[in-house]
Every structure is written in structure tokens, then in C-alpha cells.
Design a protein around this ligand. Structure first.
Ligand SMILES: [Zn+2]
Length: 285
């Protein structure tokens, strides 16, 4: 049982990759928010894809994948930091969901946004979704936005989700790099779902690329961790301004609750907690 991601590099080819597998993480997500069965597979795949794409991030960076559509699923989001902290969220119309809906019926017409945050800066790229699913949508994204051919495999069974990602690296000899990537992708496409789900990273790479030298980075543990905090919730309340906040406190009989949509953590604030801010409007900013 593990929740891990791991990046790897072909020593003699212009290809890098990442692997991820989660056994307990989806269970943690569902305990906080029991998403309907019709959405669980997509959210799990999104989580694994995000974990693999984050395996190459610099320390302190965070990657967010968002699918936004006008079908019953309005928004599906997964976020993963370089430290392996993951959160997942969906906003949906429960009355219009049923388990037989295809990827495009859930979302269409839809866009995928990929946001990279690093040291206070953020960069976002957006593409239309590929009608055949998340993996091909991401392959499209990297080809269109970054001119990087990519190959993404995703599989799930019950609570276990797994994936393999290959990406061509920029190289002086583009023809050779193209050939390296074609080779790696061709072999990856021989990987069966049960191999992806059952084998650990080194056994899987040995099975697919036994003739190649591959360097595996140390594994990264993945865990559910939300970026919300009492301080952030307080800042959100203070942004209402002293007058509105006083009014809200009165309406709620001196006790305000702030819920985090993403992890369902609830933060309580009493009149006493907020009193110093109400009496000193200058401190509101
Ligand atoms: Zn939260």
C-alpha cells in the first residue's frame, strides 16, 4: 500500500518521465467529500496526472489542473505541490449526474487549464479538452503549449489509481530526440492496465525498458493536504470591511463559521476573536 510519485530519466535518450500510484489518497478525498460514483474515476485520474506532472517541480512550486465545462460537472480540480501535498475538488450538478456519462458528456464543451505557481508568480496555459479523455487532453496540451511530445497512461481499479508519463526533452539533435521519444512511447503502449496497477516503479520500468539505463529519483510520498488555514479564513473575513463584518456577526449571533470548500475544514470565529479588528478599522488591510 502506498501513495507515491517518482520521476525518472533515460540516461542515453532525450526522454524523462514520472510514475505515480495511490492506494489510500482517493479514500482520504472521499472521506472529506463523498463525491458521487460518476465522478470518482475522473477525479482519481486527475489526481494521478497532477501528481506525475508535479514530480519534476522545483521546491516551493505547485501545479493545478482544472477542467471547466458546461455539462453536469462544472469544475474538476487537482493540485499537487513539489512536496507531494495534494487536494482535489469538484463542483457539479448532482441531479444531472449518472454513472453512464462519458468524459465529454460530463464536461462538454470544456477547457483544461494548467497553472504553475512558483515564488509568487503564476503561469497558466489553457487548451480545449480532447473528446477521448484526460490523458489525450494533456498530451495535446504539452504539444500545443510547450512543443513537448508526451505520453500519458492512466489506470484505476477500486481505490487504486496509477499512471505513467513520458515527455520528450529539448535536445540539440531534434531528429534523435524525436526518435528517442517514439521508441519510449511505443514500448509504453505495450503496458497493460494490470501491470500499471500492480508493479512498483522499478519493476514496471524494467518490464518496459530492460535494455535502457534509467535513473530513478527518490520516491515522493503523496498526501492530502489543504492550503487553507485559520489565518487565511480570518483574512477573507476581514476583507469584508469592519461595517459588514459587524453586521454579519450580529446576524449570526456573535459566531461566524467559515468552511473551506476544498477540504471541508470549518473555522469558527467568535465576537471575541474578531473584536480587535472591529475596533481598529485601520488594521483591516
Ligand atoms: Zn481546506
Amino acid at each position: 500500500m502506498s501513495d507515491e510519485s517518482q520521476s525518472f530519466l533515460f540516461v542515453h535518450r532525450a526522454v524523462r518521465g514520472a510514475w505515480a500510484r495511490c492506494d489510500a489518497l482517493m479514500h482520504d478525498v472521499l472521506q472529506r467529500h463523498p463525491y458521487p460514483a460518476a465522478l470518482q474515476a475522473l477525479l482519481g485520474d486527475l489526481m494521478i496526472a497532477c501528481a506525475m506532472l508535479s514530480a519534476h517541480l522545483k521546491d516551493g512550486s505547485t501545479l493545478t489542473l482544472q477542467l471547466r465545462g458546461s455539462g453536469p460537472l462544472h469544475l474538476a480540480m487537482a493540485e499537487c505541490s513539489a512536496a507531494g501535498h495534494i487536494r482535489v475538488y469538484a463542483d457539479y450538478d448532482a441531479d444531472r449526474l449518472h454513472p453512464q456519462l462519458s468524459f465529454m458528456e460530463l464536461l462538454a464543451p470544456a477547457q483544461m487549464a494548467l497553472t504553475l505557481e512558483h515564488e509568487g508568480q503564476s503561469y497558466q496555459g489553457i487548451v480545449a479538452l480532447h473528446e477521448q479523455g484526460l490523458a489525450l487532453s494533456l498530451e495535446d496540451y504539452f504539444l500545443q503549449s510547450e512543443q513537448l511530445p508526451s505520453c500519458l497512461l492512466l489506470a484505476h481499479r477500486a481505490d487504486r489509481y496509477a499512471g505513467l508519463l513520458l515527455q520528450q526533452m529539448p535536445a540539440a539533435d531534434r531528429d534523435q530526440a524525436d526518435e528517442d521519444f517514439r521508441y519510449a512511447r511505443l514500448l509504453a503502449q505495450t503496458c497493460r492496465d494490470d501491470e500499471l496497477l500492480e508493479l512498483d516503479s522499478s519493476s514496471l520500468l524494467q518490464r518496459l525498458y530492460h535494455e535502457d539505463d534509467i535513473t530513478l529519483a527518490p520516491p515522493q510520498t503523496l498526501s492530502f493536504h489543504c492550503r487553507c488555514s485559520r489565518q487565511r479564513s480570518l483574512s477573507a473575513l476581514l476583507s469584508l470591511g469592519a461595517a459588514d463584518l459587524s453586521h454579519l456577526l450580529m446576524e449570526r449571533h456573535g459566531r461566524i463559521e467559515v468552511d473551506c470548500e476544498l477540504c471541508r475544514q470549518r473555522y469558527h470565529f467568535s465576537s471575541l476573536d474578531l473584536s480587535e479588528h472591529l475596533q481598529a478599522p485601520d488594521s483591516l488591510q
